[in-house]
Design a protein around this ligand. Sequence first.
Ligand code: GLY
Length: 335
Amino acid sequence: MHNRRTFMRLAALASGGFALSSCEPSDRALTPARQKADGLQKIDGPFCLSTWRHGLAANEAAWSMLSRGGMALDAVEAGVRITEADLSNRTVGLGGMPDRKGRVTLDASIMDHDGRCGAVAALEHIDHPISVARKVMEESPHVMLVGEGAYDFALSQGFERSRIEVPVPEAAAKYRKLLEENAYEVEINAENHDTIGMLAMDRQSRMGGACTTSGLSFKMHGRVGDSPIIGAGLFIDSEVGAVTASGLGEAIIRASGSSAVLEAMRRGAHPQEACMEVLERILRKQGSEQEIQVAFIAIDAQGHYGAGSILPGFEYALQSESLAELYQAEHLKKR
Ligand code: GLY
């Protein structure tokens, strides 16, 4: 499956190609020696992989299901709910930053091994958009519901309007400052974790994926990013693997990001190489001086995994029987 180029690249990575974060020292980030001990990024048995440092806590919840023989789909939903419930997180759940109208609108998607999927976009006042996305998948004839329709559907499925007043005070303060500065874009980096995307493989080698976010800070009202769009923010094909994305949604949608990574794996690329190939394409087509961050994590049906980003600072969390670690991803550009 792996050609010589893939092997050489991965051998280079395993022997120290991963840069340690320049953003903050982390006693959880792995050294190159530990990377090497992992072999060519392959796990035998169940595991889960998540974006950013908040992925560590999400993985823990997912792992408590996977380790007991639970389904990948249940594990990813349980995992990202931890991040959605964390009101100190400014890019996921109701603690997230508002749009330009001061409204906190949430996007989420979920997908399983059989290609079933569900998504919500611009959903307001619901604590767990990922669980509504799952209901869309399981209880509706559709794949995606948005805005008021998604909210009404959530209520019809037994979800309650959240008691959390949004934006939460810290997000409201930042929002007021942004309004004063009329700043449209907020940098997506290691301090401003963007999106939780999680992929899991269970004991039966079934895959599941989930992706949930409050989207770009200070976005136009009605803006939807990549996270709820199947093929952009999340994609699974049981014959090949699973992919999810983080970063600037517009760039990811333009490239059909997760689908593009998956198709590279279908051609035989290792997930690591597939992520870097699509990131290079996005960077090449960007065609401007504007710095953007895009990141992917990917697994294949044999248990290989990979992750990469355009800019430094992207971390991903991996949990398996023997590992619960935070890795620095390979990246294309220096700052
Ligand atoms: N990747 C999240 C967003 O752009 O909304």
